[in-house]
Design a protein around this ligand. Structure first.
Ligand code: FES
Ligand SMILES: [Fe+2]
Length: 460
C-alpha cells in the first residue's frame, strides 16, 4: 500500500493536469501511440551503486553487453560517397563504417587480420579506394575482402578468403546507421520495436546534423544517460523551465526490454510552479532560447492556449518554407519533448520543433569515464539544395556548452546544469554508505526498466 493513499505501488500520479488531459485539450486528436499508456510497477528495490562504481561490473558490461547491442554509429550522410568511412568507438571496441562501391553500407571490426593492428585511428573519418593496414600493408577492398598482402610466399597457410575483415552487423533507420557486433542479434527493427511503428523513419531521415557536441564526462555512462531519463530533476536542476514546460506531470512508458519513452509537455507550466501564470506569459517564456527565431509578437487569442499558438506557428512556418505538410500533425508532436530511449545508450526526440538525439558510451576502459554525444537536427532543404553535416565539437568535462560555436546560450545552460550533476552523482555513489539508489516508482521507471534489461544481459 502507498504510504500516502490506499493505492498500490506505482499507481499514484502527480496531482494536477496530466499529459493526457492536455492532449485532450489540443487542437488535433492525438494519435493512439501517444494516448496509449504503457506503464507497470517493476519493484522498488534500490539499484546497487556498484553498477556505477565497480570496475568489475564495468568489465562484465564490456564482455556481455556492449558486443551484443544495436547502437547508432553515424548518419548516412556522414559517408555519402563510395570509399567514405567513419570510425565508431565504444569502450575498447572500434568499428569502421564503410560506404562500398555499390553504395551499400558495410561495417567491419577495426582490426587487421594479420596481427590485429587497429586499421584506422579512433573517431577518424575519411575516404579511400581500399583499406590498408599501416603496419605491414595488408590491404582489403571496400567489401572487406583481403585483396593483397606482401610476401604471399611466406603465408602458404593463409587463404585470402578466410582473412577478410571481421564483419559487423549494420542496418539503418531514420537516416542513422546502426551497428551490432553480435552476428546473432535480432534484426534492428525487432530490437527497436515499437519505435519504428510509433515514429515514421522519415521524421529523422528528412533531417541533417546541424550541431554535434561530444562532451567527455567523469562519470559512468549510465549516470550520464539516466540524467535524461526522467523529468523529476527539472524542479531542482532547471527551475527556469517550470514556467513553460511540465515537470512532475511528465508521462513515462516502457515497451518490452529495449524501448521506453517520456512525454514532457511544453507550453504548459510545471505543476510545481507556485505563482499563477497566463497563457501569454507561457508563450513568452516559450519563445526564448532556440525559439528566438519565432516572431516575438505572437499573441494568444482570447480562450486560446500557448500550446495551440506555438503548434500552429510551426505548421505555418514550415509550410511557408516549402516544408512538410503538418496540418494533420497534432500539437504534442510539434511542441512537446517526446523522447524514446533505445537500450542501452541512445535517445531520440521525435518532436518537430526540437529534434535532438543523445548517445552515451564508455570512454576507453575506465568505468567512470564516458562520452555524451548531443546531436541537434534540422530539416534538410526541400529543394534539394546542399546542406552541411556539422562536424563534432569535442569538449572536456569542465567546459561549458555555452562556449560551443553556434550553441544557443539558453540551451547550452540547460545542458551545463545536467552535466553539472553527473560528476557529483558519480562521486557520491563512491562515498555513500548506502547500498544503492532509491528510485521513484513512476517518474524513474525508465531507469529501472533500463537496469532490468542490463541485468538480463549480464545474466543476473
Ligand atoms: S598487423 Fe596489419 S599488416 Fe601486419
Ligand atoms: Fe535536465
Amino acid at each position: 500500500m502507498n504510504r500516502m493513499t490506499d493505492l498500490k505501488p506505482g499507481e499514484a500520479r502527480c496531482p494536477g493536469i496530466s499529459v493526457q488531459d492536455l492532449l485532450r485539450q489540443d487542437s488535433r486528436t492525438a494519435p493512439n501511440y501517444l494516448t496509449a499508456e504503457s506503464y507497470a510497477f517493476l519493484g522498488d528495490g534500490d539499484i546497487p551503486f556498484e553498477r556505477y562504481t565497480s570496475p568489475d561490473y564495468f568489465q562484465q558490461e564490456l564482455k556481455l553487453l556492449w558486443p551484443k547491442v544495436w547502437q547508432w554509429a553515424c548518419r548516412e550522410e556522414h559517408i555519402p560517397e563510395p570509399g567514405d568511412y567513419i570510425v565508431y568507438d565504444f569502450g575498447p571496441y572500434s568499428v569502421i563504417v564503410q560506404r562500398t562501391e555499390s553504395g551499400a553500407i558495410k561495417a567491419f571490426r577495426n582490426a587487421c587480420t594479420h596481427r590485429g593492428t587497429k586499421l584506422k585511428p579512433a573517431n577518424s573519418e575519411g575516404s579511400g579506394s581500399q583499406i590498408r593496414c599501416p603496419y605491414h600493408g595488408w590491404t582489403w577492398d571496400l567489401e572487406g575482402r583481403l585483396a593483397s598482402f606482401p610476401c604471399e610466399w611466406d603465408f602458404p597457410h593463409v587463404d585470402p578468403a578466410d582473412y577478410g575483415l571481421g564483419q559487423v552487423r549494420v542496418d539503418t533507420w531514420g537516416g542513422f546507421v546502426f551497428v551490432n557486433l553480435d552476428p546473432d542479434a535480432p534484426p534492428l527493427r525487432e530490437y527497436m520495436h515499437p519505435l519504428p511503428e510509433h515514429v515514421a523513419s522519415a521524421v529523422f531521415e528528412d533531417r541533417y546534423v546541424a550541431m554535434h557536441v561530444q562532451k567527455e564526462l567523469n562519470c559512468n555512462w549510465k549516470v550520464a544517460s539516466e540524467a535524461f531519463l526522467e523529468a523529476y530533476h527539472v524542479m531542482e536542476t532547471h527551475s527556469q523551465l517550470m514556467r513553460a514546460s511540465g515537470d512532475a506531470n511528465t508521462q513515462y512508458d516502457f515497451y518490452g526490454d529495449n524501448v521506453n519513452r517520456l512525454i514532457n509537455v511544453a507550453g504548459s507550466p510545471g505543476v510545481f510552479l507556485k505563482e499563477p501564470i497566463t497563457e501569454q506569459e507561457i508563450l513568452d517564456c516559450f519563445l526564448i532560447g532556440d525559439r528566438s527565431d519565432v516572431d516575438s509578437k505572437l499573441l494568444v487569442p482570447e480562450g486560446g492556449t500557448a500550446r495551440k499558438v506555438m503548434a500552429q506557428y510551426y505548421r505555418d512556418m514550415v509550410a511557408a518554407q516549402g516544408g512538410a505538410d503538418l496540418s494533420g500533425v497534432c500539437d504534442s508532436e510539434i511542441v512537446d519533448s517526446i523522447a524514446y530511449f533505445v537500450f542501452p545508450n541512445q535517445q531520440f526526440f521525435s518532436g518537430v520543433s526540437f529534434p535532438i538525439v543523445y548517445r552515451f558510451r564508455p570512454l576507453g576502459m575506465q568505468h567512470d569515464k564516458s562520452l555524451f554525444d548531443l546531436v541537434i537536427l534540422k530539416p534538410k532543404p526541400r529543394n534539394g539544395e546542399p546542406f552541411e553535416t556539422a562536424a563534432p565539437v569535442r569538449i572536456r568535462s569542465e567546459v561549458s556548452y555555452e562556449t560551443v560555436p553556434g550553441m544557443d546560450p539558453y540551451i547550452g545552460h540547460i545542458y551545463d546544469q545536467d552535466t553539472g550533476n553527473m560528476e557529483a552523482a558519480q562521486e557520491g555513489a563512491m562515498t555513500s554508505g548506502k547500498r544503492g539508489a532509491t528510485l521513484a516508482n513512476y517518474q524513474e521507471i525508465r531507469i529501472r526498466h533500463m537496469h532490468r534489461t542490463l541485468e538480463k544481459y549480464l545474466g543476473r
